[in-house]
Design a protein around this ligand. Structure first.
Ligand code: FDA
Ligand code: NAD
Length: 435
């Protein structure tokens, strides 16, 4: 008969949020056998951002166990042994295919069942694939995506098999920018293709994008904007050889990497919990519409107190903090205590080559570019403020020191008033330093 197991707490998903939730459970006190993490991945929770950065370095590449959670925020590295010492069960290589919240039962692909009293949904996102919208030839070999360790290992193997070859990167978002750099560092001839007039339009203004596009061009990366890949050619082995673009151009390709966005993995809960804006709707304590069922990380649409709006965030800082909040709430309820509402300040970052940026707050209203955004600068340092209703609500900074990054975070939180936008532009970082 298939296995049937019972736990007090189950975390479904074994990514970033799961790792930080486990650490918080241990901190708050959990008895051996009470907590299980169920993950379809074969490894203990790790810091996913490493996969598009250190994992792809040609030398001294990051490998597990080096980047298990919680090293990404300067915390303790939770090795598989840590979980066994705490009596936390890591149920790996186990995909849940059915969730019945009424009977509090999860069922795996092999028919094993797991029951819980409290469930934390931490299933994260899956990648949007070109095959999802029927792009011709998109199932060819070496058309790759990046979400988990298995994807990253495939990519590393492809880079070895197609040494010094040509790479086409489809998408101008986070994956597009980070992977173009990674392939270039691995000596590939790299071309990026994206439909928008400039890269990362969800966050970057044209002034910000001007810097990164120029910087990438100076590194030898070719950029094709305003079009999309509509088909692929392959050789007799089924290996991709070219990407065909909507504007008629054909780009030779030994490897294609696609980063056209993610989708939160919520299908298991459809019709069982309230959803909103593509995610599972929660309160300020990450509890869903079903008592005892929490949603954390990429899948949660939660009240963002600062902006008085329900939002979903697909970044690691929120995955960590939402996990900690939910576990504190769960434990506080047991002891009759209370926890303050989640009051999140959005924080996103990225790095590639020798550049690194941070962003805090909200990118709405009028943008005010400051500093030196010349892509040829020896030490580029520039940023942007976003001003709405006479207040600074968001700040972006490239090349900031730790202190300067703390200063822009303070600004985004405090939302200081600005009387004179031209003066703000002239003052640049000085303005942030005074807040
Ligand atoms: P996460 O995706 O980490 O974990 C979900 C887990 O659930 C996975 O282990 C998955 O296999 C498992 N799962 C899903 N469905 C399941 C099922 N049915 N049964 C069993 N297990 C299941 N952010 C940032 O701020 N800075 C950065 O630099 C980066 N860099 C970055 C690089 C790459 C390559 C990616 C893919 C993403 C980033 N991010 C990022 C985003 C960040 O990593 C992301 O927001 C968090 O990992 C979200 O954490 P979660 O725990 O919600 O999902
Ligand atoms: P994204 O949403 O950042 O970017 C998607 C990009 O796809 C768009 O900017 C657009 O240029 C492009 N696009 C859309 N449709 C297209 C099409 N048909 N053809 C070509 N291009 C098209 O998503 P992503 O870069 O795929 O990242 C996936 C997930 O991983 C996101 O949740 C992201 O937040 C996360 N991630 C974050 C970081 C970071 O925070 N530093 C790094 C990597 C990944």
């Amino acid at each position: 008969a298939a296995e049937a197991r019972q736990f007090k707490y189950v975390i479904l998903g074994g990514g970033v949020a799961a790792g930080y939730a486990a650490r918080e459970f241990a901190k708050q006190g959990v008895n051996p056998g009470e907590l299980a993490i169920i993950s379809k991945e074969p490894v203990a929770p790790y810091e996913r951002p490493a996969l598009s950065k250190g994992y792809l370095f040609p030398q001294n590449a990051a490998r597990l166990p080096g980047f298990h959670t919680c090293v990404g925020s300067g915390g303790e590295r939770l090795l598989p042994e840590w979980y066994s010492e705490k009596g936390i069960e890591l149920i790996l290589s186990t995909e849940i295919v059915k969730a019945d919240l009424a009977s509090k039962t999860l069922t795996s692909a092999t028919g094993a069942t797991f029951t819980y009293e409290i469930l934390l949904i931490a299933t994260g996102s899956s990648v949007i694939k070109l095959t999802d919208f029927g792009v011709q030839g998109a199932e060819s070999n070496n058309i790759l995506y990046l979400r988990d360790i298995a994807d990253a290992d495939k990519l590393v193997a492809a880079m070895q098999a197609k040494k010094d070859g040509k790479a086409v990167i489809v998408g101008g978002g986070y994956i597009g920018l980070e992977l173009s750099a990674a392939l270039k560092i691995n000596n590939f001839d790299v071309t990026m293709v994206y439909p928008e007039p400039w890269c990362m339009p969800r966050l970057f203004t044209s002034g910000i994008a001007h810097f990164y596009e120029g910087y990438y061009a100076n590194k030898g990366i070719k950029i094709v904007k305003g079009t999309v890949a509509v088909g692929f050619d392959a050789d007799a082995n089924g290996d991709v050889t070219a990407a065909k673009l909507k504007d008629g151009r054909v780009l030779e390709a030994d490897i294609v990497i696609v980063g056209v966005g993610g989708r939160p993995l919520t299908a298991l809960f459809k019709g069982q919990v309230a959803d909103e804006k593509g995610g599972l709707k929660t309160d300020a304590f990450f509890e869903t519409s079903v008592p005892g069922v929490y949603a954390i990380g990429d899948v949660a649409t939660f009240p963002m107190k600062l902006y008085n709006e329900q939002r979903r965030v697909e970044h690691v800082d929120h995955a960590r903090k939402s996990a900690e909040q939910a576990v504190r709430v769960i434990k506080a309820k047991e002891s009759g205590e209370s926890v303050a509402e989640y009051d999140y300040l959005p924080y996103f970052y990225s790095r590639s080559f020798d550049v690194a940026w941070q962003f805090y707050g909200d990118n709405v209203g009028d943008d005010v570019l400051f500093g030196d955004n010349d892509p040829a600068s020896a030490k580029p340092k520039f940023g942007s403020y976003w001003v709405k209703d006479g207040k600074v609500v968001g700040v972006f900074l490239e090349g900031g020191s730790a202190e300067e990054n703390q200063a822009i975070a303070r600004v985004a939180r405090a939302q200081p008033a600005v009387a004179d936008v031209e003066a703000l532009k002239q003052e640049g970082l000085e303005f942030a330093a005074k807040v």
